[in-house]
Design a binder for this molecule. Structure first.
Ligand SMILES: [Zn+2]
Length: 351
């Protein structure tokens, strides 16, 4: 293990994130506070894996306007102030959702600040509500404000930060992040997701537009996809493009809903798969000598979510990922898919 004892990872969270409860207006909603309760208990049992804990500050609501329209911010605040209700068929709030969302976005901003100040080389924000579906002018898919977009936008305000890589490994496409940065080359989004799932965006040929053409890598995979395909797309497409892009900061939208036990999707990653993907990110960041900031997105089997985060954090902090003893070679259909993704990315990048 190559643990950097002087600079352990930074683990940001806030108790306010437990108070956002969509079940009040949408009984049976999968985004439960228990997701974070279970994660906190699992981390506490492991003495927080040696990570340094910090309370996420609230973001000044005006800073949300780095990535959101003022009218959207106002609409969410006013609905929360009235006691809550539905923002869209999947997304509802209670009064406590407003402070929860400000702490979630505040975790993103603080994570970026601490990483770019050199205080930590890895950080993880254990927050909810998640962010990657939130677009500039509305809430979507359990997400109120786009936390990872806030993190990226804050980074780009810092001296010397010109390019940010966002890797979105949540099983759902990060449509919000994609839309917010669609026409910008200063954020490169690499988005793996299960084809056919909510929100239905992110086909392979959508690579961004205008000045951002080529700076979105959409990597849809079929339902049932397993670790070998996910790793091949990362190894053969994401990593070579990321090296060529040479970002100053790596951010991750980390959902754990591509796990085979997750109730909302049909991919078949194992817990160790998440750790191996994290190992790729850690190695990339080490090679580029840049920090890594990870925002929690989805993951709706609470026990699995806790297990995955506990497997990922040590790897982000320098531990070796689990060996790939049982790795199989790609099937022909998987090889075809990876080759198509390489060909698409090769139109914009030297692969
Ligand atoms: Zn998801």
């Amino acid at each position: 293990m190559n643990h950097d004892a002087d600079r352990p990872g930074l683990l940001l969270s806030h108790p306010a994130c437990l108070e956002h409860d969509p079940r009040v207006h949408s009984p049976g909603h999968p985004d439960t506070p228990e997701r974070l309760v279970r994660l906190g208990a699992a981390l506490a049992e492991r003495n927080w894996l040696g990570w340094q804990r910090a309370e996420a500050p609230q973001l000044d609501p005006e800073r949300l306007e780095l990535v959101h329209h003022a009218a959207h911010v106002r609409r969410v605040r006013e609905l929360c102030e009235r006691g809550g209700g539905a923002l869209d068929p999947d997304t509802s709030v209670v009064a406590a959702s407003w402070p929860a969302a400000l702490h979630a976005a505040g975790a993103a901003a603080e994570m970026t600040r601490a990483l770019l100040a050199g205080e930590h080389r890895a950080a993880f924000s254990a927050i909810r509500p998640a962010g990657h579906h939130a677009v500039a002018d509305r809430a979507m898919g359990f997400c109120l404000f786009n936390n990872v977009a806030v993190a990226a936008a804050c980074a780009l305000l810092e001296d010397g930060v010109e390019r940010v890589l966002v890797l979105d490994w949540d099983v759902h496409a990060g449509n919000g992040t994609a839309e917010i940065f669609r026409e910008r080359p200063d954020v490169l989004l690499a988005c793996l997701h299960e084809h056919g799932l909510y929100p239905g965006t992110g086909p392979l040929h959508d690579t961004g537009s205008g000045a951002g053409e080529g700076y979105t890598l959409n990597l849809p995979v079929p339902p049932g996809s397993e670790e070998p395909l996910w790793l091949a797309l990362i190894d053969e497409v994401v990593l070579p493009v990321a090296r060529a892009y040479a970002p100053d900061l790596v951010l991750v939208s980390a959902g754990f809903d591509a796990h085979r036990l997750d109730p909302l999707a049909r991919c078949r990653l194992e817990t160790e798969s998440c750790a191996r993907i994290a190992g790729r990110v850690r190695a990339l960041a080490g090679e580029l000598e840049v920090p890594v900031g990870v925002m929690l997105e989805g993951g709706y089997h609470s026990e699995v979510l806790a297990e995955c985060v506990c497997a990922v954090l040590p790897v982000l902090d320098g531990a070796e990922p689990p060996a790939e003893q049982r790795a199989r070679s790609l099937r022909e259909d998987e090889r075809t898919l990876v080759d198509a993704a390489r060909a698409q990315a090769g139109l914009s990048w030297p692969l």
